[in-house]
Every structure is written in C-alpha cells, then in structure tokens.
Design a protein around this ligand. Structure first.
Ligand SMILES: [Zn+2]
Length: 437
C-alpha cells in the first residue's frame, strides 16, 4: 500500500509538472524569459512594432487587421490550433498599457516553449487571437480617448470610431468562446473600504441589464476564482471586484451580449513595485485561466470566491497625506489652522513628472496615503499663498518655532523654507518631516 501511495504521489507530481504550471512556475518562467523590456507606459506604437517583429521572428502569426483614426496600424497576433477560441484585446484606453506588454510576453513564451507538454496542450486545444494596443493614437498621446476624443469603450453601440468598428468586426467574424477585455484602473482604487490598493480587479461580465447568468458567464466566474487563487500568492488582499453595472455602450458588456462572454481584468498598482511586476501578474492571470480551460479544472472552481471579492472603491486612498499641518493662507489671513492635506498625482508615463493637486483638506483621519508625513511641527504654505482643493501640490514647510512675517513680499526669498515639496517630491529638506508609512 505504501509503495502504491509513493508511486501515486510521484506520478501526480510528474503530471503536475508536465501539464499544469503553478502560479509560481509561471512567475519563474516570466522572470527568466520575458521579452518586454520597457516599462509598459513607455511603449509607443513603434515599440509595439519592434516587439511584434520579434514575435514574427519566433514564428508567430502577426497581421495588420486595421488602422486607427490617425492611420496607425492595428495588429492581431494568433497562436494555437485548437477549437476553443480565445479573444483578448488591450489598451482600448491609450493610457492603460500593462496588458499590451503582458500579451507580448504571453505569446513569446508560449511560442518559445512549444516543446513543453503543458504548452502543447494549450496549443492543441486553443486558438488565441489578441489585439495589443487597440488604441495606438491614444497610446501615443498617453490619453484615454482616441484621436476623435471619443472613449472607445462607450462606442460599442454607435461605432463611430474605427477602433471600435474593428473590434466588433474581429469578434463578429470569428465568434470566440471567451473574451478578455484588458484595462488599467486608477492606482488609488482600493479593495472595498480598506486602504489596500486594488492591484487587480476582475469582472465576469454578464452582458445583460438584469445580470442574468448563462453558462459562459458562470464559467468566467469560476475562471475569475482561479485567477484570484493564483494571484493571492503574490498580492493577497489586493484583488477587487469591478463594478458590474450593465452599460450598453461598453464593449465588455456588448461583446458578452453578442455571444462572447467576457472577463474584464483591470490592473491597478502595488505601492513599491514597478510596472514590470504588473506585467508578471497579468501573465500569471492569463495563463492560469487558459490552463484551467484546457485541463478542465475550471469546472471544479468555486465561483463564490469570486462573488465574495469586495467591490472596488475610490476615495479612501491618496498619494500623499500631510497630517495635522498648521496651514497659513497668507493671501487671506495669517491665522493658522490645523488640517490634514491630501494630494493626488495625475497619471503619467513612468519617469515623467506627474503633476499633483490638492484633493482634500480637513480631518482625513479615516483615509490613508500611500505616503504620509507628520506635519504637526510645521507651517504648511501653498506656494501661491492659498491652500485650496485643485491647487497644485507645491508646498513650503516652516518649522513652527520660526518667526515669519507672512505678509512679506517675496516669502520664499525673505524666509527660505525649511522644506519644499513639489509635484510629489521633496526638493528641499527631505526627511525633515517624519514619514508615517
Ligand atoms: Zn480602461
């Protein structure tokens, strides 16, 4: 009996190694072999074209399938020879780049590992088509909308954008069995009413106003559960559920309604990790789901784990909070008052200066900042002398022990501040205010 068990265990381990890659295996494969070299937000259309040339060099099928409003080429990659049709598209919103790089890596690694049994199984069961960077004009400008300034994801019904028309055409001509709609969400989105960033949020789209389920929707819920299981090993507590309100103008909803049940994957951020980490998470998510389709293990997944994910929330988390600052609005009065001040940064490509703006002033004790500073021993002065919401996040800090004539003509010159915080960075006196998180 003992021997039988040992053999059984050995065979199980062998089969696991052969057929299913664990999330950790997938992470390792990505770390060793990924071809994406740039931070996703740095990838322009010409960089995508270089990646695609590389994929062609590996023997992958890549073709131009349409043009953007500004006549930029839009491509589709195809891999596999199976009967289950998987359709994936990324960067419908130009400033939502993570999945474009993750798709490149997924195809590169599938193609490069075709001799492995687990990849052979995927290849024989699935045909995967993907459109990376559906909105190349928006990507070039790093803006959400296309060059008509239409949000493509509100154009599923009107179809006034060439990009939207192309997406519908590609779906309608092929009728895929499952769709993956790949986006980025605000980095300050939280998992429910917590201060945890929603690094990944998921939605199994029902595709009807009543939220009625069908077989494909239920399968997608189970796949979402498996994605949660896989990603919990890397970002436990940082996975949210995306708002499931039906929107008849949105592609996720309409593609589901047209017969291709869609999983929406929204990538947020993880404080302290860069964009490459987010590519890896996407890579693990896609391949965990695809493997589960292929080996049938999705049928055993419990959809309740997905159902019980807390919904995304916004407004709980800020980029920076200065706690208990003594605020001087010298343009109005020089009487200080005490308040917490929260600022948020705008979305920019990595490495670019992101402008920051005052988001909230007052008692922010129920909220969190990705970075927090104790400003209780300091006067805080907005550069222009009037702290207000919407003002730029440029602050002078003066030690409370100093005697300052706030009405002097050129304050900064007459009384050099002890610390200066400007657009998300300390330009003077870094570490003077103690950091709380
Ligand atoms: Zn989006």
């Amino acid at each position: 009996m003992k021997n039988v068990l040992i053999i059984f265990a050995a065979v199980s381990i062998f089969l696991m190694n052969t057929y299913a890659q664990t999330p950790k295996d997938l992470a390792q494969i990505w770390e060793k072999q990924h071809v994406s070299k740039l931070q996703p937000s740095q990838v322009r259309h010409k960089d995508l074209q270089k990646y695609l040339e590389q994929l062609k060099g590996f023997g992958l099928k890549v073709e131009e399938v349409g043009r953007s409003y500004a006549n930029r080429e839009i491509y589709q990659i195809e891999w596999g020879k199976g009967t289950t049709k998987v359709f994936m598209w990324s960067q419908m919103h130009g400033d939502e780049p993570t999945a474009t790089s993750a798709l490149i890596d997924m195809f590169a690694l599938l193609q490069e590992n075709r001799d492995k049994d687990w990849v052979k199984k995927l290849e024989n069961t699935l045909t995967i088509r993907a459109v990376p960077m559906l909105n190349p004009d928006g990507a070039e400008l790093y803006q959400r909308r296309n060059l008509q300034f239409i949000d493509i994801n509100r154009d599923a019904r009107a179809l006034e954008t060439p990009e939207g028309r192309l997406l519908k055409k590609l779906r309608d001509e092929w009728s895929p069995n499952i769709g993956f709609n790949l986006h980025n969400q605000n980095s300050l989105t939280t998992v429910g009413n917590t201060n945890k960033q929603a690094t990944i949020s998921l939605l199994a789209v029902s595709g009807n106003a009543e939220g009625k389920s069908n077989e494909g929707h239920l399968r997608n819920k189970r796949l979402c559960t498996l994605i949660v299981d896989a990603l919990n090993q890397f970002i436990k507590g940082h996975i949210g559920r995306y708002d499931d309100t039906y929107n008849p103008r949105a592609f996720g909803d309409m593609i589901s309604a047209w017969g291709t049940p869609v999983i929406l994957i929204e990538t947020g951020a993880f404080h302290g990790k860069d964009e490459m980490f987010l590519i890896k998470l996407n890579f693990i998510a896609y391949l965990s789901a695809l493997q589960a389709i292929v080996d049938g293990s999705e049928k055993k997944a419990n959809p309740k784990i997905y159902d019980q994910l807390p919904f995304n929330e916004t407004g709980n988390l800020f980029n920076v909070i200065f706690r208990k600052a003594n605020i001087i609005n010298f343009n109005e009065t020089t009487e200080p008052f005490t308040a917490d001040v929260a600022i948020n940064a705008e979305r920019r490509r990595s490495g670019e200066n992101a402008p920051t703006f005052v988001q909230e002033i007052g008692d922010l004790s129920v909220f969190s900042g990705l970075n927090e500073y104790d400003a209780s021993d300091f006067y805080l002065v907005q550069k222009k002398g009037l702290l207000r919401t919407g003002a730029s996040g440029e602050f002078f800090f003066y030690k409370k022990t100093r005697k300052i004539d706030w009405k002097v003509k050129d304050l900064e010159k007459a009384f050099p501040p002890d610390a200066v915080f400007s657009n998300g960075k300390w330009t003077k006196g870094e570490k003077l205010l103690s950091k709380k998180s």
